[in-house]
Design a protein around this ligand. Structure first.
Ligand code: FMN
Length: 172
C-alpha cells in the first residue's frame, strides 16, 4: 500500500484542517505540520505519495513555514523521482483575488524541478470567482483550492471529491 505524507503549512489553521480531513480519507496517511513536525527534506523519502498543503500569502507566496524548505529544495534539488505529488491550500478569492492560491503553482514548479511526478489533482476553476491565479492553466487550477472565508460551506465536499479524484488518478 502506498504511504502518503501530508505536509501542511498553515498560519490560521484552515489548510491544516484540510490536511486533517485528508488524513481521515486515506488509509495509510501521516500528517506533518511544517511548523512542528518537519525534520528536513529527507522526510519526503518516507513516502510514496506527497500531498503538499500551503495557504497563500503576500504576493501569491507559500505560507511562511514552507519558505526555508522550498529554498533548500531549489538549492539542493533532492531526488523526488517516482513520488506522486499533489497540491492543496487555502486562499481568499475576494480580498486577495489578484493572486488566488498562487502558492500552489509556485510549489508545483519546485517539486517538478526535483523530479517529482506532478499533474495530479487539478480541478476545474468553475465555482470560483477571482481575478488571477498563477495556479490556473487551461480552465483548471493545479490543485485543490479552498476558500474558508467566502465559500466555507463548500470545503467538506471539495475535499471529499478531491480525495476520490486522487485515489483514481494515482491508483491508490
Ligand atoms: C496579509 C494577507 C495576505 C494574503 N494573501 C493572499 C494571496 O495572495 N492569495 C490568496 O489566495 N489568499 C491570500 N490571503 C488569504 C489567506 O490565504 C487565507 O486567509 C487562508 O484561509 C489562510 O489559510 P491558513 O489558515 O491555512 O494559513 C492573504 C491573507 C492575508 C491576511
Amino acid at each position: 500500500m502506498a504511504k502518503i505524507g501530508i505536509f501542511v503549512g498553515s498560519s490560521g489553521g484552515v489548510t491544516l484542517g484540510v490536511g486533517e480531513m485528508l488524513e481521515e480519507l486515506f488509509d495509510d496517511a501521516e500528517l506533518i505540520n511544517m511548523e512542528d513536525d518537519f525534520e528536513g527534506l529527507d522526510q519526503f523519502e518516507h513516502f510514496d505519495v506527497l500531498l503538499i498543503g500551503s495557504s497563500t500569502w503576500g504576493q501569491g507566496d507559500p505560507q511562511r513555514d514552507w519558505v526555508d524548505p522550498l529554498y533548500e529544495m531549489q538549492n539542493e534539488t533532492p531526488d523526488l523521482g517516482g513520488k506522486k505529488v499533489a497540491f492543496f491550500g487555502a486562499g481568499d478569492q475576494k480580498t486577495h483575488g489578484e493572486h488566488f492560491v498562487s502558492a500552489l503553482k509556485k510549489m508545483e514548479d519546485i517539486f517538478k524541478e526535483c523530479g517529482a511526478s506532478v499533474g495530479f489533482g487539478a480541478i476545474s476553476k468553475e465555482g470560483y470567482d477571482y481575478e488571477f491565479s498563477l495556479a490556473e492553466k487551461e480552465g483548471k487550477l493545479c490543485g485543490l483550492a479552498i476558500d474558508a472565508i467566502n465559500q466555507a460551506d463548500l470545503t467538506e465536499e471539495r475535499v471529499a471529491n478531491w480525495a476520490e479524484q486522487l485515489k483514481s488518478e494515482m491508483g491508490l
